[in-house]
Design a protein around this ligand. Structure first.
Ligand code: SF4
Length: 69
């Protein structure tokens, strides 16, 4: 299977552009999963740019979105 990095970069919301894993979702997920974290694309734009990829921060972000909707 061919890597879809270029296609993935069209929608990837991660603002940490220096990361070598950007657009390579399998590496991105593996990296964050090993740290008990969640990749940028699960976060809102507002929370993503804080670079706190912890599960706790994801839950906080998700709950805030649920109350706004
Ligand atoms: S979410 Fe993490 S691993 Fe994925 S591109 Fe952004 S900084 Fe890199």
């Amino acid at each position: 299977m061919e890597c879809k990095k270029l296609e993935n970069l069209t929608w990837c919301n991660c603002s940490f552009n220096a990361c070598g894993k950007k657009g390579i979702c399998c590496e991105c997920v593996k990296y964050h999963r090993e740290r008990n974290e969640i990749p940028a694309c699960f976060f809102s734009e507002e929370m993503e740019c804080g670079y706190d990829r912890s599960i706790e921060n994801f839950i906080k972000d998700y709950r805030n979105r649920k109350t706004v909707a």
